[in-house]
Design a protein around this ligand. Structure first.
Ligand code: SAH
Length: 236
């Protein structure tokens, strides 16, 4: 069996921390799939615009060399209970293949290159894309299916408050990254902290990277407060 990446994705997510657990949770996360030369042929995408959503199959390249075990502890079960690897969407699996349903935002040619925009992604920057297929509602959506321990979407809707500094920084940065404020808010509303942090009071200051930005935040009486949003080069 041989697989070759057909493309690599450019994503705002520069590190695993803070990436939502599944696609669809943060709609503002938009990525650009940049096709490899051998596949940068618009004929490969003919009729793709008819579909609102697409399946992406991809390589969990960041965790691929970290191995796998038969049992995993999904965050949905508080990171304590164990389930089988094949009963989970863990990134640590024998063939390191991920799959996500994403929004189809259209494609365009850029010079000799070919780019497909996708929304609501949960993929790390530079993830190798193995395949793209249309999402077909009559076959792929089963409304009365049983969702096991992940029956409901994670119910976390933290209030996110921006500091004055963050508001000023965002006003400038939105010119370069339109929708940045909304992206930060919807990621943080999911509370990306590890499960065990949710209960006790938490003094820690967190940092997360999006694009070339470092976002500092903390949790204060159930509100997530964004302290600053700064370009990384300026920080160091
Ligand atoms: N929707 C996919 C992924 C679910 S796991 C599936 O079900 O197969 C979601 C996690 O994958 C995210 O939190 C992110 O941290 C991780 N992830 C995304 N891209 C990755 C990559 N290229 N390598 C390793 N982990 C990745």
């Amino acid at each position: 069996m041989k697989t070759t990446p057909i493309a690599f994705i450019k994503s705002p997510y520069k590190q695993k921390f803070a990436i939502p657990r599944q696609p669809g949770l943060v709609k503002a996360a938009v990525g650009e799939i940049v096709f490899e030369e051998a596949f940068a042929d618009p004929n490969c995408l003919r009729a793709l615009e008819e579909f609102s959503h697409l399946w992406l199959l991809f390589h969990f390249h960041e965790t691929a060399d970290k191995g796998w075990s038969p049992m995993v502890q999904p965050p949905r079960l508080g990171g304590k209970e164990k389930v089988g690897v094949f009963a989970s969407r863990s990134t640590f699996r024998p063939n390191s293949i991920g799959m996500s349903v994403v929004e189809n935002l259209g494609w365009e040619q850029q010079g000799r290159g070919l780019i497909l925009r996708v929304g609501s992604i949960d993929l790390l920057n530079n993830t190798p894309i193995i395949d793209i297929k249309p999402y077909i509602p009559y076959a792929d959506s089963i409304p009365d299916a049983n969702g096991g321990y992940a029956e409901e979407a994670p119910e976390r809707n933290y209030k996110v408050a921006m500091s004055e500094t963050a508001v000023q920084q965002l006003a400038d940065l939105e010119k370069v990254y339109p929708g940045l404020g909304e992206l930060i808010e919807s990621i943080l509303a999911q509370d990306p902290r590890p499960a065990w942090r949710h209960k006790s009071p938490d003094e820690k200051q967190y940092g997360m990277n999006l694009y070339d930005l470092n976002i500092k935040w903390r949790v204060d009486e159930g509100v997530i407060r964004v302290i600053s949003v700064a370009q990384e080069s300026r920080e160091s």
